[in-house]
Design a protein around this ligand. Structure first.
Ligand code: FAD
Length: 332
């Protein structure tokens, strides 16, 4: 069965849609043109938009970058963790995500950075804008992901903030490299720098490292300094020792759109099991922007899919805990 958009729309239970439409038409506010606007075209947003589209909803995906794929665009490494797609690099995963949206004819727009999201109180709908062009919808899904934490450092010819391309573009052969941070990415990047011919690599972390033991084993203990340190991008020093390259691996922080007062925990958006943001009817979130456990491509896909199903269930059966009941077979 393939649910058609017009069927879904006419099937809304005793819908307040007509009332909403009339309210919008009699006010200066714009009528929702979409059922769902998905903000962010990483794995979570792309999965959500694909499912919304194939479930028969009018959806549009808005992405700030010039391509779909999110953080996977920054990864030249093989993604060994994505079941069913062995041997593909992150960048290839990103490219195949974009191809899938093209193939399925999912409406999306790149180079569109959302700068404001407002709830239109009269219409009960949402308006999203990049400062130039506006879209209106009944639902908004925030899938804006996360970005490497810079802590005052910025990418330059000799400083890389975050893993992947930020580091790989810097020549390290024969150079002294300092890696700041004690997590998986810090240890991975230290090992990669050694593989790429760095003369010396030192890891600096304030607390005992928490990287996976299998990653810690690859770096000699004497190359790891644990304790307070002062690092300076201008002088390229860490605790007064000079380095040619500094890699900043302080983890990630959620990309939250401004202007909305959103419930957060440790900087990440708080949502319920179905991805709904509390006290914001019609606002959902999926992927790394939320406080979910273990961010990766597969979990981001899963969240995007769940949110699409919750919204579809709300549109057909009305709001509230629809996701709890949702055990129906997928549309073919
Ligand atoms: C170097 C590297 C290697 C990795 N390797 C793996 C791996 O091997 N396996 C694995 O499973 N995971 C890997 N990951 C993690 C994985 O990429 C992320 O978990 C995943 O991309 C998160 O998906 P997401 O959609 O939640 O967020 P993101 O991928 O962060 O996507 C968010 C998107 O939202 C867009 N956006 C943000 N703000 C706005 C705005 N205001 N308006 C419009 N768009 C906006 C961003 O441009 C971005 O495209 C890796 C990450 C990195 C950095």
């Amino acid at each position: 069965m393939h649910l058609r958009a017009d069927r879904l729309r006419s099937g809304r239970p005793g819908t307040d849609w007509d009332a909403m439409k009339n309210a919008c038409l009699t006010s200066s506010q714009s009528l929702p043109t979409e059922d769902v606007l998905v903000v962010g075209g990483g794995p979570a947003g792309a999965a959500c938009a694909l499912w919304c589209h194939q479930l028969g909803l009018r959806v549009r995906l808005l992405e700030a970058a010039s391509a779909i794929g999110g953080l996977q665009l920054l990864s030249p490494y093989t993604n060994r963790w994505l079941p069913g797609l062995p041997g593909k690099t992150g960048q290839q995963v990103a490219a195949s995500l974009q191809s899938h949206l093209d193939l399925a004819e999912v409406p999306y727009q790149v180079d569109y950075r959302v700068v404001s999201i407002r709830r239109q109180t009269t219409c009960g709908s949402w308006e999203v804008s990049d400062g130039v062009k506006r879209f209106a919808s009944r639902y908004v899904v925030l899938a804006t992901g996360s970005k490497p934490r810079g802590a005052g450092f910025v990418n330059s010819a000799c400083v890389g903030v975050g893993p992947g391309l930020a580091m790989e573009r810097i020549e390290v052969k024969g150079k002294r490299v300092a890696i700041l941070g004690g997590g998986d990415n810090a240890y991975d990047q230290a090992a990669f720098a050694l593989q790429r011919g760095a003369r010396e690599v030192h890891i600096y972390c304030r607390r005992p490292p928490h990287a996976l033991p299998i990653l810690q084993e690859r770096i000699p203990r004497e190359s790891v300094y644990v304790g307070p340190f002062v690092a300076n991008q201008q002088t390229m020093t860490v605790n007064a020792a000079a380095y040619d390259v500094i890699g900043v691996q302080f983890g990630f922080q959620a990309c939250l759109p401004g202007a909305l007062d959103l419930p957060t925990e440790h900087g990440y958006l708080q949502v319920d099991r179905g991805g709904a943001v509390a006290h914001m009817p019609g606002l959902f979130a999926a992927g790394e922007v939320t406080n979910y456990w273990h961010p990766c491509v597969a979990t981001s896909y899963a969240q995007g899919v769940q949110v699409a199903k919750v919204i579809q269930a709300e549109l057909t059966r009305g709001p509230a805990t629809a996701f709890m009941r949702s055990r129906e077979p997928m549309a073919a």
